[in-house]
Design a binder for this molecule. Structure first.
Ligand code: FDA
Length: 395
């Protein structure tokens, strides 16, 4: 059996950052992962370009049963700290929109940067290493794996959430929490597309790939972004964002003309363009395809009438339908395609300063396994970097 100071389980975003941070302090550190590659989610993130942080990161971008928990780490390791690291490694990046920073080239640049830092700081990384058991002993923990046994003073659980099992996601972190008597919140998939019932799917046949700039609202939370029709339902950033606030049975409301009071706009068009057909005017904002399909579904008898022939009462009906489209998703695509897992290890069990479990000396939880979930836009990686870095300062 070998002895080390720090053993990190999970060589994803949080685990690698924690390894770097701990090893920089001179702690002998090993980061293990059961997958055949490190940082698989980093590699597949942001369409292969990794949206690694966000200029506008703040605690309000995170959901948790304890809204205060994330504040300390986010302020001690900020987006600017991570950007400085990216710049130190001369990785080219750009802001896509809304403060979202992406690599110009490939997400692999970020993984290579983390591995180079591990190498420089002397943090060892082992892949294809599966944990067989974890036991608490007086001086720390004994971790048995298919590659041998280690005794460590500090054990860090950085195994992430349940999304995309084919990429190596497991419930290991939750099992560890249970083994050591820590409470957990139920988990569910978030940042995930909605599925629709067969009738709606049939109504939207042919719209697959069509997008629209909308405002989506659910349970008092709103996002202004694009929606995307797919052959299974609705996706796009606005839908992924709102999915974090949606529970089965909830209605979602979509405003397809988020910049205007559509009733006023329609009355103005009626005066300015009395001969234009309603559907053609709507197509100026929505695509032609979408304007035609929604008109056909919701107000077919008005769609091809000249504006002058439509009553104000009917214009109001049109405006209400397009600005308050209410739909009830049948569900989500689940962990198969979700970007994150909501819920997880109860943060009341964990110190927000050190990330150590309050009840179990030497046991740490970081990253997505905790009940902290970011909005879409680089916030989840920023949480992984921040929690990993901060824990690494104490392990
Ligand atoms: P992460 O999942 O990164 O790492 C956990 C590691 O633990 C994995 O390497 C896994 O193999 C390992 N592991 C699991 N069980 C184990 C076990 N039993 N034994 C050993 N090892 C084990 N976020 C963002 O900010 N910007 C973005 O662009 C994207 N894009 C994106 C796209 C897609 C498709 C997904 C699925 C997710 C994103 N995300 C994202 C979310 C982001 O990837 C996620 O929040 C972080 O990777 C979480 O970091 P962690 O280190 O906590 O877990």
């Amino acid at each position: 059996m070998q002895s080390i100071d720090v053993l990190v389980i999970g060589a994803g975003a949080a685990g690698l950052m924690c390894g770097i941070s701990a090893a920089s302090r001179g702690r002998s550190t090993l980061v293990i992962d059961h997958a055949n590659k490190v940082g698989k989610k980093i590699l597949m993130s942001g369409g292969g370009r990794c949206n690694f942080t966000n200029y506008y990161t703040e605690p309000a971008n995170y959901l948790s049963h304890n809204q205060h928990f994330c504040k300390s780490a986010l302020s001690r390791y900020t987006q600017w700290d991570f950007i400085a690291l990216v710049e130190k490694h001369a990785i080219p990046f750009h802001e896509k929109k809304l403060g979202q920073l992406f690599c110009d080239n490939k997400a692999k640049d970020i993984v290579n940067m983390l591995l180079a830092e591990c190498d420089e700081k002397d943090a060892e990384v082992r892949i294809k290493c599966s944990v067989e058991s974890v036991k608490k002993v007086e001086s720390g923990f004994v971790v048995s794996t298919n590659q041998g046994k280690w005794q460590c003073q500090s054990l860090v659980i950085a195994t992430g959430g349940l999304s995309i099992p084919t990429m190596g996601a497991t419930g290991f972190g939750y099992d560890m929490a249970k083994q050591f008597g820590l409470s957990l919140y139920p988990t569910w998939s978030a940042l995930v597309p909605f599925t629709l019932n067969p009738k709606m799917l049939e109504e939207f046949t042919g719209l697959s790939g069509v997008s629209a700039d909308v405002r989506v609202t659910c349970n008092g939370q709103a996002f202004r972004e694009n929606i995307l029709f797919t052959h299974r339902g609705l996706s796009g950033p606005a839908i992924l964002q709102i999915s974090s606030y949606w529970q089965p049975g909830d209605l979602v409301e979509i405003d397809l003309f988020p910049d205007v009071d559509l009733f006023e706009q329609l009355k103005q068009w009626q005066m300015e363009k009395p001969k234009s057909h309603l559907v053609n005017l709507l197509a100026e904002q929505l695509t032609k395809n979408l304007a035609e399909r929604l008109s056909e579904l919701w107000f077919a008898e008005l769609a091809h009438k000249p504006m002058a022939d439509i009553s104000h009462a009917d214009l109001l009906l049109v405006a209400n339908k397009l600005q308050s489209w209410q739909l009830k998703p049948t569900g989500t695509e689940g962990y198969r395609t979700a970007e994150v897992t909501m819920g997880g290890v109860d943060t009341n069990e964990i110190s927000s300063k050190t990330f150590e479990a309050k009840k179990v000396k030497g046991l740490y939880f970081i990253g997505e396994v905790l009940d902290v979930t970011g909005h879409l836009g680089g916030f989840n990686f920023q949480w992984a970097w921040a929690s990993g870095y901060c824990a690494g300062q104490y392990v």
